[in-house]
Design a protein around this ligand. Sequence first.
Ligand code: HEC
Length: 269
Amino acid sequence: MNKKNILAGLALVAGLAMPSLAAASAGGEPPKHPAQGWPHEKIIGAHYDRAAAQRGFQIYKEVCHACHSLKLVSFRQLSGIGFSEPEIKAIAASFTVMGEPDPDTGEVAERPGKPFDYIPSPFANPEAAAASNNGAVPPDLSLMVKAREGGASYVDSLLSGYRDPTEEELKHVAGGKIPDGGYFNPYKAGHVIAMPPPLSDGIVTYTEGQPPATVEQMSYDVSTFLAWAAEPKLEERKRTGFFFVSFLLILCGLLFASYRRISKRVLGH
Ligand code: HEC
């Protein structure tokens, strides 16, 4: 391998390792990253901040769930962010879901959720969702962190980034003004979003011992939760990847050492 190839290889590895840097996003301001970074985006020892993810679930439940579904997450899976079995039972029971069809009449009645249920959607169908949201359909959040460039940082920046536009910024908004039912957000492509700012300081009450529920804290927490929802097996995947790469490196070292010994013996250098 010549020097150029090695450099190209290193650049590729660096590029793969830092997807969020490559993700200066389409049309919106590049997302801000939390000062300490995301524990789950670390290369070595990646893990979800479980306390943040649990608080994030609380925010999803009390705030976002008014508009957004999270179809791919079942209550049972919440054990992945550290909820215990009795906690999951209580969480499930606090939601109302559609039960199983009656064997005689086929009628479906509502019942309290059980751990095996999936989180129920707030609206029966997209038309009902649009009708309640000025014509815009709040997207399902299950894979949102994977679907947007910038991942958790994008969602975090978006939620905590609402503000009034400067005159200069307003000129770059399509039509030169914020349309009815729209809100300025510098991180959203096009800078206008149909979602009213969902968070305000203290909108949820965290249990004792948790940090104050500021907009910054809550958007960090709910973004951590949504990152977990989008990739619950990330920790396992990264751990396996790390062991595999370490194994390959050790194997390379051993092969090289034995090559040196053999070449010394056979060729004498
Ligand atoms: C009052 C209803 C409402 C609430 C509450 C709400 N949203 Fe939204 N959200 C919307 C609508 C409507 C859209 C679609 C916006 C658009 O397409 O312009 C949206 C879009 C989004 C998007 C996608 C943005 C993009 O890039 O397209 C994310 C992420 C999001 N919401 C996260 C959240 C989170 C997290 C919460 C809870 C903290 C939340 N939302 C609470 C209505 C809501």
